[in-house]
Design a protein around this ligand. Sequence first.
Ligand code: PLP
Length: 390
Amino acid sequence: MDAPAGPVRVPFLSLRPGEDADALRAAVMRVIDRGWFILGPELAAFEAEFAAASGAGHAIGVNTGTDAIALLLRGLGIGPGDEVITAPLSAAYTALAVMMAGARPVFADIDPQRHTIAPDQVEAAITSRTAAIMPVHLYGQPADMLPLQKIAERHGLALVEDAAQAHLATCGGRPVGQFGAGAAFSFYPTKNLGALGDAGAITTDDSALADRLRRLRNGGQRARYQHDEFGVNSRLDEMQAAILRERLERLPAWTAQRRVLAARYRHGLAAARAALPAGPDAWDAVLRLPPECDPGHVYHLFVVRSSHRDALQAHLQADGVETLIHYPLPITRQPAMASEAPASCPEADRAATEVCSLPLYPSLPVEDVDHVVGSIAGFCHRATTGRRDA
Ligand SMILES: *Cc1c(COP(=O)(O)O)cnc(C)c1O
């Protein structure tokens, strides 16, 4: 299991289009030749196709995932004076979008196994001002939705899902986005379904809400030059819609491949743990593999935890393996949140010092996964024996 000596390079991610490159070029040319760039046939078709793929009645394309969250909240009438309970371990945009809607983000700590908001912590954070609960399906793993749904129902709160990392994910076999009023998706280039630029969408089964969101994203216009309410300019453009349509076709296969690679990481790391001379307990003191809590996980990221995280990252870097940290600072600790007086979230604080995201993307060669596993095995050997060469 030792890392090969050669100059292997495993990038975290590759954003240059691969098997889909020709299809994307053709899609872009199709839009150029049509000469229709905003609110045209590509967006209409993508919205119908994305809604169908997500098991939702409607999809509304917008500029970013951040806008999707903010507009979904506003569409539900949530704004100034309201609180939205959400996750401290996420992209900061989750909370910034709540603030864009004029509401206050309130943070409930995470479940340390699942890394998504802990239902009991959510219930404890409810006040008379709480209007909504917004779990984040972090790393592609669905949040624990059934208890969250019960809490929302019991307290008469809206349930909205930040599904920016969870396209096609399911929870208990049911598609994410189907547990409450609606869901926000991002098509930022690194996401499981990525555009070649910024893009996002909202899904909902509520036709009246969908109609309102179509107005809100388009300046609040009911008809051309008829601005009935305060709307914004946030439309998913035709070029990105055409690109996303090509990629949506491939997304089921790409998701399957992410799961294959994640399973290979899991099996490889389990075998290395079993083979560690110092024994599995010694391994566990160095490296922990968060469980797959639901088979509907779509592995946006493959994350391990280590109490020696920075040393692990340096070791992998020396072996040519690029890793990233999602996220080095919980949202509660961001200076931008100071005005919101966030509660402390000790489990999110601990996770932020221990998580490390390994390379994972659909075209990642299995040999590269094996190289990463070998490098981690070497690190655990070194950490448990004090020897440099494993
Ligand atoms: C990417 C992301 C966002 C923001 O999406 P953008 O399209 O970049 O605005 C929000 N929440 C989560 C969990 C994300 O991963």
